[in-house]
Ligand binder design. Structure first.
Ligand code: CA
Length: 231
């Protein structure tokens, strides 16, 4: 497991490297944004620990650029105690998690472990139910060997439903986990229903067996029909 740490405070960077190496991680250090951005593009890493307050090129800028270039590497951001705006912007720009300085090293380790578990879990996966197959890396979907043309949002929605197959997924869950708008005051129900309807047209309409089901008043469930209703 290779970790790139971009941190300009030399003492902290050194402590992070020593601590992580003691846990058998391979660690590379960069002390400026430019250097970090360069290393991240030229070598491959499993996790990026990124300080927000960097000289010249901020961590947020680096993160936004990387995501724009299609880097999917998990990113743990380090932010200052009172910079709530940085945290929000960081998460908006594609950070996976953040830690507020100063932090206890065991807490950092716990976050690193959580993010690396997520990375391997995601990387390993092709999701299948019935004759539907999702390739989470390529973000492509086939059913019965036929390629389905989904938008990014439709893919995320389908991936979420398939990961939760045989469980009812509520619109609140979709708002929080797929649309990532947990704090909304006005419900997204109509938007969600429109997307589910479109998803169904692509995933279910051309096929006999229906996989996406509505549970009235509760939400949706992806499951194989056990007893096909002939009526
Ligand atoms: Ca700094």
């Amino acid at each position: 497991m290779r970790i790139l740490v971009i941190e300009d405070e030399l003492k902290l960077a050194k402590a992070l490297r020593e601590g992580l190496e003691a846990e058998q991680y391979q660690v590379s250090l960069a002390h400026t944004g430019e250097e970090g951005f360069y290393i991240a593009q030229t070598e491959s890493f499993d996790l990026l620990i990124l300080d927000v307050m960097l000289p010249r090129r901020s961590g947020l800028e680096i993160l936004a650029n990387m995501r724009r270039l299609g880097f999917t590497i998990p990113v743990l951001m380090l932010t200052a105690r009172d910079a709530i705006e940085d945290r929000v912007r960081g998460l908006d720009n594609g950070a996976d998690d953040y830690l507020v300085k100063p932090f206890a090293f065991p807490e950092l380790l716990a976050r690193v472990r959580a993010l690396s578990r997520r990375a391997t879990y995601d990387a390993a996966e092709k999701l299948r139910i019935a004759d539907l197959e999702l390739d989470v890396i390529r973000r492509s979907v086939t059913r019965g060997g036929q390629i389905l043309d989904l938008t990014a949002r439709e893919f995320e929605l389908l991936e979420y439903l398939v990961r939760h197959h045989d469980q009812v997924v509520s619109r609140e869950m979709l708002t929080r986990d797929v649309w990532k708008e947990a704090g909304r005051h006005t419900p997204l129900d109509n938007v969600i229903d429109v997307h589910v309807a479109r998803l169904r047209r692509k995933v279910d309409d051309p096929f006999d067996e229906k996989l996406v089901h509505t549970v009235r008043g509760v939400g949706f469930v992806v499951r194989q029909e056990q007893d096909r209703d002939q009526g």
